[in-house]
Design a protein around this ligand. Structure first.
Ligand code: MF3
Ligand code: CO
Ligand code: CO
Length: 250
């Protein structure tokens, strides 16, 4: 595995853009169908069928032994929740993380959803996490560094009284699921790789209402908050353009 950051060609970018569009359509489909009483397995079935019906492949299935086609992370689950028979109830908040492969190209994005109306604290956590991602995206332009992105995210989250998860990071993507560079959601301006036109990577901050400490369950995938606090995550795949940024999963 190369540690080189691949600068994508115009052809590759066109393919990644299409894959990202399928990912967006899939996340929109989930939003339309979600309701109390369904299981996280049902979401898995919707996502698997939708991606395949549109000519794609769900990237998570079989990836490093992951058993399902999507990650669904409910309440105190930070990431990599495995769909199962859990029934979604009014007041639950969940992240659905979709990665499509279309014509060999990867598109990776996730959103938060609420079953019924969330508590005001849950809503604030979701909103702060989303604006943290947006602040990170605003730092994407040639000449800035990965550290500019992380710094903007960390400042926003910690000013709101929340913590940034440090054990999991964003990543280059497009040709493979996970490519260099690592995209830290904390740090300092000027640290990390310098951004260049043609780089494609994800930004996917995970924010805990309490401590940033993580624990992996016996299933070896599901990651939860140690203190039981709620966690939120939003993810986009972005392209560094000649002038700034294109959000491929907008
Ligand atoms: N989509 C996740 C990410 O944002 C990766 C999930 S890995 C899986 O990087 F195996 F759980 F699917
Ligand atoms: Co990702
Ligand atoms: Co993802």
């Amino acid at each position: 595995m190369s540690r080189r950051i691949v600068i994508k060609t115009d052809n590759q970018i066109a393919g990644i853009r299409r894959s990202c569009q399928l990912t967006v359509q899939t996340l929109d489909m989930v939003a339309e169908r979600l309701k109390p009483g369904i299981t996280t397995n049902t979401i898995n079935n919707w996502v698997d069928a939708f991606i395949r019906d549109h000519g794609g492949i769900p990237a998570p299935l079989g990836y490093r032994g992951y058993p399902k086609s999507v990650c669904v992370s409910v309440n105190d689950v930070i990431l990599h929740g495995i769909p199962d028979g859990r029934i979604l109830e009014v007041g639950d908040i969940l992240n659905v993380d979709v990665t499509s492969i279309l014509d060999g190209y990867f598109g990776d994005a996730s959103r938060m959803y609420c079953i019924g109306s969330p508590s005001s604290e849950a809503k604030r956590l979701i909103d702060v996490t989303r604006s943290a991602l947006e602040n990170g995206i605003e730092q994407v332009k040639p000449g800035n560094t990965i550290g500019h992105i992380g710094h903007a995210i960390q400042r926003h989250v910690e000013n709101a009284g929340y913590s940034v998860v440090r054990d999991y990071v964003g990543h280059g993507t497009g040709i493979r699921f996970h490519e260099p560079p690592e995209v830290l959601h904390f740090g300092r301006k000027g640290h990390g790789a310098v951004l260049r036109p043609g780089m494609v990577f994800t930004i996917e901050p995970m924010v805990n209402a309490g401590s940033r400490a993580c624990r992996t369950l016996e299933d070896r995938w599901t990651v939860v908050t140690v203190d039981g606090s709620l966690s939120a995550q939003w993810e986009h795949t972005v392209l560094v353009t000649q002038t700034d940024v294109e959000v491929l999963t907008a």
